[in-house]
Design a protein around this ligand. Structure first.
Ligand code: DCP
Ligand code: CA
Ligand code: CA
Length: 573
């Protein structure tokens, strides 16, 4: 559910940076002979040449779109170069792209507070950097303004004057009589142009950016002029920008809430919201969402850039469209095993590289029934405490699936209705790990506890330890937002982090919502070992609260597994 946050009275400078045709650029860097050619990255499956997931701007000029399949793209643009997405375990392997996204993040993160928002985009809070620039070297004092800065798009400024355009940009940026807020945005323009040049130099990737006084406007602006361009939203341009913006294009309004605004209130653009009072919107959508809607109609959003360079969750998913829908428990188990293996590998990497642990395992699936009176019934999502180790994740994921299936099929699900048994089909599966926290500083003493335990040698024969050993660390960093064309066809556009979000099966890293209590089911728990895990230095922190929870018996075996895994990885003193 969107949450209304008041905007601070201080002017802020926020940038949203989004890589241009990202997977294509990554592939073109790998194969430089593809540069400048119409190129697309396609899903691994062979049907009709695979679904396109990224399309170069040269190919877009020929009419190639992401919704097409490889064969269609070839018909539209015969010279198109199709590159297959890397594959592992029968599904797309995005590690190459995640790693490339991390390269960009590490450059941008030096400029200020940086939030990795997806596999190829970040938010930056550049307020401090802009304030320093305004104090030390304001734009009006600069003798030379970089070409990249002069190519910026300033909303509200006409570009019709042709060659004078760059001069107009220079004048706007260097206005002495501008108010402080616009002066800060001007500094933001200069900083972001410099950052984009740096990204290009160090990674060979181009990106586009939006610069505004909040995240919402910066995100809207970054997509307005692509590729390799930047767009700024001065305060004076906000109302005009929003007045014609289709309501569904607004972040968090792509789903059910946006549809309700269209059908129930007849709202087409964000500007149309202005005619409703805050009270009226609250009557329809509740206090919080009502206020949030009232605010966004006015371009107000106090949402802060989170200092987060690592993903909030990890996920692995796959769709099974049309005839590929799964129809037996054994095939479901087979795919859950593959997905769990990938998830476990990424958890292991996160643990090793970032010293982070996840505590919740969630299973999502999409399904339909053979003869269904309530065909709209959703397959429930289920969660349980996460136990480290491939076999445990596999086991728990399958148990969660079975619990969800029982609920989905109802009390008579397994019984024949009439002559025929009612059957189910699974069209999407995903497993994800969330509630990820840093391992608290007292951890090493916990590990010593395990080292001193006589259980350790015997435990080393335990499956979970071998699982850890078998895992190969991989570049696991990164949020991700892959949505296969198949997934898109099967499901409405998703909205990141909103209650209306549908699971993203091909890549569920994005938009995972905390699972409600009622969906939590118990997973098998092995015998418990009491472990004292409290670290004095971390008392009171969220991390420590979660860590302390591990004293609960359900969690104890997870601590043990984790520690054994760590010891095997030789991470311990
Ligand atoms: N992606 C995907 N499936 C989708 C959408 C995206 O696998 N349905 C992947 C491929 C994209 C990457 O995520 O390269 C980033 O997605 P964007 O929506 O940012 O699109 P691009 O970066 O490809 O193009 P643009 O230049 O329009 O941002
Ligand atoms: Ca992009
Ligand atoms: Ca993007």
């Amino acid at each position: 559910m969107p949450v209304a946050r008041p905007e601070t009275s201080d002017a802020r400078v926020i940038a949203h940076v989004d890589m241009d045709c990202f997977y294509v650029q990554v592939e073109q860097r790998k194969q430089p002979e593809l540069r400048g050619l119409p190129t697309a990255v396609v899903q691994y499956n062979e049907w009709q040449g695979g679904g396109l997931i990224a399309v170069s701007y040269e190919a877009r000029k020929c009419g190639v779109k992401r919704s097409m399949r490889g064969d269609e793209a070839k018909a539209a643009c015969p010279q198109i170069q199709l590159v297959q997405v890397p594959v592992a375990r029968g599904k797309a392997d995005l590690n190459l792209y995640r790693g490339a996204g991390s390269e960009v993040v590490s450059i941008l993160a030096k400029s200020g507070k940086c939030e990795r928002a997806s596999i190829d985009e970040v938010y930056l809070d550049l307020t401090d950097a802009a304030e320093s620039m305004l104090a030390d070297a304001p734009p009006e004092s600069l003798e030379l303004i970089d070409e990249e800065v002069l190519k910026s798009h300033i909303l509200g400024m006409s570009r019709e004057d042709g060659d004078d355009f760059k001069e107009n940009v220079r004048d706007w940026i260097c206005r002495k009589d501008a108010d402080r807020r616009d002066k800060l945005l001007s500094c933001g323009i200069i900083i972001v142009a410099e950052l984009r040049k740096q990204v290009l130099k160090e990674t060979e990737f181009t990106c586009s950016a939006g610069i505004a006084h909040n995240k919402m406007l910066a995100k809207l602006a970054s997509g307005m002029n692509k590729p390799a361009q930047q767009t700024v939203v001065p305060y004076s341009a906000v109302q005009e920008l929003l007045s014609s913006l289709p309501i569904k294009k607004m972040k968090q309004l792509g789903g059910k809430l946006g549809t309700s605004l269209q059908t129930d209130l007849g709202i087409d653009t964000v500007g149309d919201l202005l005619q409703y009072s805050e009270t009226k919107l609250q009557e329809h959508y509740g206090i919080n969402t009502g206020t949030w809607l009232w605010n966004i109609a006015r371009g107000i959003s106090g949402e802060e850039v989170q200092g987060r360079l690592l993903p909030k969750s990890h996920g692995s998913g796959k769709t099974f469209p049309g005839p590929r829908a799964l129809k037996s428990l054994s095939t479901v188990q087979h795919w859950l095993n593959q997905l769990s293996e990938e998830l476990s590998e990424r958890l292991s990497s996160d643990l090793e590289q970032n010293k982070r642990i996840a505590s919740t395992l969630t299973l999502h699936a999409s399904a339909f029934k053979s003869r269904d009176s309530d065909s709209h019934k959703k397959f429930p999502s289920k969660s349980c405490p996460l136990r480290y180790g491939v076999t445990k994740i596999q086991e728990d994921a399958f148990n969660l699936f079975q619990a969800a299936l029982r609920e989905y099929m109802g009390p008579f699900g397994s019984k024949p209705q009439g002559n025929k048994q009612e059957t189910w089909r699974i069209t999407g599966l995903s497993v994800s790990a969330s509630k990820i926290v840093d391992i608290p500083s007292g951890t090493s003493s916990i590990m010593r506890y395990f080292q001193s335990e006589s259980t350790v040698p015997s435990r080393s024969a335990d499956g979970c330890v071998q699982d850890h050993v078998a895992m190969t660390p991989s570049a696991s960093e990164g949020c991700s937002e892959q949505r296969s064309t198949e997934t898109q066809a099967a499901m409405p556009e998703e909205d990141t982090g909103v209650t209306y979000t549908l699971p993203n099966f091909e890549n569920p890293d994005k938009g995972i919502d905390p699972v409600s209590e009622k969906d939590v089911v118990s997973c098998p728990s092995n015998e418990a070992t009491h472990v004292s895990t409290q670290s004095e230095s971390n008392k009171g922190t969220q991390t420590n609260r979660i860590w302390r929870k591990m004293n609960y018996s359900k969690e104890k075996n997870r601590v043990r597994d984790l520690s054994l895994g760590l010891m095997h990885k030789k991470l311990l003193p």
